[in-house]
Every structure is written in structure tokens, then in C-alpha cells.
Design a protein around this ligand. Structure first.
Ligand code: NAP
Length: 229
């Protein structure tokens, strides 16, 4: 006879799972909500303090200075709405960690996509009218360790500095020594189903929030990890 698994009694839950297909969420908002809200309720029901990774997409992007924690969310996409509702679903004993433009040496992300495209083509078209702070996941992970020593609440945690996606693509090619041109284009020209905030720069108004390195430093650290044998 097989024994049932012991009940989960975690000390802390780091909840990073999400429906992250921003365009797909427009087609299936209920599916996105089931994961981003329902899944968060499930994670919170474990009863342990929860780190909920949230996003700049809870904002509409109309501000032209960095969003702080006390700014009111106003998502402009189904993904953003479900992540915003997910923040509420995380409950009272949670750290809501809003970050943005995440990249790292594994998984599906902008740095890896640009390196792949840059190896195949002479030119890539990249939008130049969305501004944010590309954040290296290893820096966010280190900050998370410090954050869980702070009171529950919302924290804005992104790399220092900001750029457009086109600036970021150029930096990737420059740092990686890839010979590929960036053609600067617009969000309208790209014509994706979901609206994206034009201004995604976040800043923390809480002095105790960990400060991350500049995005370019994050990029160099990520590329160094990719080059490791
Ligand atoms: N990427 C960004 O720029 C960004 C910015 C701000 C905040 N965030 C937030 O940061 C977190 C991580 O983002 P990411 O870009 O690393 O996302 P990702 O690469 O899409 O990873 C999401 C993870 O969630 C898992 N997942 C999805 N649906 C699930 C379900 N129903 N049950 C269990 N696991 C499920 C996926 O598992 P499988 O691999 O098995 O599908 C995957 O491992 C998310 O909460 C996202 O909203 C991301």
C-alpha cells in the first residue's frame, strides 16, 4: 500500500509561476486568470509567507517618471489585470515584488532571443517606444533574500537605469560581440494583440528596498554565465 505524501508545511513560498503569454492572455483571459489569480490563491492557501513576483504591466505606462509603490495600478492588458488581481490573491502575509523586463541565462527571454536572431540575421527590428529597466534574474534573486527580512507589502525591485528594447538589443549585440544591426521600430508597427505600457520604469519609495545593480552590469553578468563551459 502506498502512503499518502506528507502535508506540505513550507516556511516560505516563492511564487514565480504564472501565465506569462501576454498576447495569449488577450485570447484566453479566463485561462490566464485561472493561473495568475487561482494559482496564487492556491499558493497562499499553503499558509506560509509568500513572495509573489509581479510586474510593471499592472501600470498603464502613461506616467513619464518612475512608478512607485503608492501609484495606483491601471493595467491595459488581460495579463496585467490578472497579475494585479493575483497581487490581491496573495493575501496579507505576502511580499509583492514588482519587477520588469526579466532576463537570465536560461529559459525564454529577450537576451537569448536576440542572441539567437543575431546569429541568424544581419538586422533585427526592435521597438524603440517602450522604456523600462531590464533586470537580471540573479540580481532579483539576491534581492529577494534581503526582501524577506522586511515587512510584508509591495516592493518595486528592478535594475538601476532604463532604456528602450532597441537600446537593450544594441547593448546585447555590443557586449556579446555580435555583428547585427538594430532597426528601431514602433509598437504600432509591430501590431501585437496586447497593449504594453510605453513607460515601465519602476522605483521604490521605500528606503529599505534592496538596490540592484545597473541593467548593463546585469547584462554582462548574464552573458558571462552563458559563456561558461
Ligand atoms: N518575464 C518578465 O519580464 C517578467 C517581468 C515582471 C514579472 N514577471 C513575473 O515573474 C514570474 C516569472 O516570469 P518568467 O518570465 O520567468 O515566466 P516563464 O518563463 O513563463 O515561467 C513561468 C513558469 O510558470 C510555470 N507555470 C505556468 N503555468 C503553470 C501552472 N498552471 N501550474 C504550475 N506552473 C505553471 C511554468 O511552468 P512550465 O515551464 O512547466 O510551463 C514556468 O516554469 C512570473 O510571475 C511573471 O509574471 C516576469
Amino acid at each position: 500500500m502506498t502512503m499518502p505524501p506528507p502535508p506540505l508545511e513550507p516556511d516560505i513560498v516563492l511564487h514565480a509561476a504564472a501565465w506569462t503569454d501576454v498576447d495569449g492572455a488577450e485570447e484566453d483571459p479566463q485561462g490566464a486568470a485561472a493561473v495568475n489569480v487561482g494559482g496564487t490563491l492556491n499558493a497562499a492557501s499553503l499558509g506560509a509567507p509568500l513572495v509573489y513576483y509581479s510586474t510593471d504591466y499592472v501600470f498603464d505606462g502613461r506616467k513619464r517618471e518612475p512608478y512607485v509603490e503608492s501609484d495606483a495600478p491601471n493595467p491595459i492588458s488581460a495579463y496585467g489585470r490578472t497579475k494585479s488581481h493575483g497581487e490581491a490573491a496573495a493575501g496579507e502575509r505576502a511580499w509583492i515584488v514588482r519587477s520588469a523586463w526579466l532576463f537570465g541565462p536560461t529559459g525564454h527571454n529577450f537576451v537569448r532571443t536576440m542572441l539567437r536572431l543575431g546569429a541568424e540575421r544581419d538586422e533585427v527590428a526592435v521597438v524603440d517606444d517602450q522604456r523600462g529597466s531590464p533586470t537580471y534574474v540573479a540580481h532579483l534573486a539576491e534581492a529577494s533574500r534581503a526582501l524577506v527580512e522586511l515587512p510584508f507589502g509591495i516592493y518595486h525591485v528592478t535594475a538601476q537605469g532604463d532604456c528602450t528594447w532597441a537600446d537593450f538589443a544594441e547593448a546585447i549585440f555590443e557586449e556579446a560581440g555580435v555583428d547585427c544591426r538594430v532597426r528601431r521600430t514602433t509598437t504600432a508597427e509591430l501590431g501585437r494583440p496586447a497593449a504594453r505600457p510605453a513607460w515601465s520604469v519602476l522605483r521604490s519609495e521605500k528606503p529599505e528596498t534592496p538596490v540592484l545593480p545597473n541593467w548593463r552590469e546585469g547584462l554582462r553578468a548574464c552573458l558571462a554565465r552563458l559563456e561558461e563551459p
